[in-house]
Design a protein around this ligand. Sequence first.
Ligand SMILES: *Cc1c(COP(=O)(O)O)cnc(C)c1O
Length: 392
Amino acid sequence: MDRIYYDHAATTYVKPYVLEKMLPYFTEKFGNPSSMYALGNEAKSALENAREMVASCLGAKKNEIYFTASGSESDNWAIRGIAHAYSNKGRHIITSNIEHHAVLNTLNDLKKEGFEITFVPVEQTGIINPETVRAAIRQDTILITVIFANNEIGTIQPIAEIGDIAKEHGVMFHTDAVQAAGHIPIDVNLLAIDALSIAAHKFYGPKGVGAIFLRNGTKIKKFITGGAQESDRRAGTENVAGIVGLANALELSLSELESSTNKIFKIRNKIIDQVLSEIPYTILNGDKEICLPGIMNFSFEFIEGESLLLMLDMKGIAVSSGSACTSGSLDPSHVLLAIGLSHELCSGSIRVSLGDDNTEEQVDYFIQSLKEIVDKLRQMSPLYEQIQLKGD
Ligand SMILES: *Cc1c(COP(=O)(O)O)cnc(C)c1O
């Protein structure tokens, strides 16, 4: 059996089509987009063509797209930049309790600067009730930032409703769409979003390149000072090859969206059905319907997710426990705590995230391996032994 990669929410491979589009910009078309001669112009037009492509994928205008060096940078810039640009109006920001660390830690920094942050809770399904956002709005609220689709449990938030509430109150609205973009349709024209973050490596593009959509008229502070790149808002010679990769990867993902979604949903449902029916003391976290096609999160009682991850790895299967950023620390995932899991269940959780290189055939081997390992680990658990004895 070949290796099975079930960690697409951490990162994806670069599709050959995307790589092919990128390659010339490393070699013969290596010019600096700011240079005035032909080689520079060639890079410049590739850059502007990519901007146009991204804009049209998101329902935005070309001059509303800015390129960055990661999803994290996009979140940092959008949130800090908007908070600082509107701080004379107020210093209150609303967010959810299931944000990515790129958002969470940026907000923690802003808190040290004197901003006040309200964390709106999610329901047990991992979904926000928009009315709790409305209730949190104050006179001095300047920004709402809510993740589009969660990277640990996959749940999709009511972004349209939250956007309308923000607009009604004249509050700026940013969404971290890093996990959502390329996986579900997003049209900023239909959604009252002022700023949105994406990153190429979550949809089969290269690592180290991201973008933000910033609605015309939205104020934002500069993030990197230097040259006049990105409409004089973000200095630094552009990552032309990476940007070309991001644009082509996004366009390709959306053109294949329906077929890949159907395929991945089918595999997902097969995995969920088998895990829940064949492995006792197991739960599916999040919401089975209102979620990204590829993300599942399971909690297994009497087990350490970390051990499960390592033993699956020995069988050639890659999954993650908690989110990649928190693994390695002993802190339970804030997302799993937010949906009401106990510390024990949090530590017994794994995320399985599918991509379009996965097949239905892989599922049997995965389930077989998972059953064996869970069984083995539970045999070593004194608590599990007690439960078994009580059952007899
Ligand atoms: C991956 C991810 C990020 C960070 O993106 P990087 O490109 O790795 O910096 C931010 N938010 C979410 C929801 C993500 O899934």
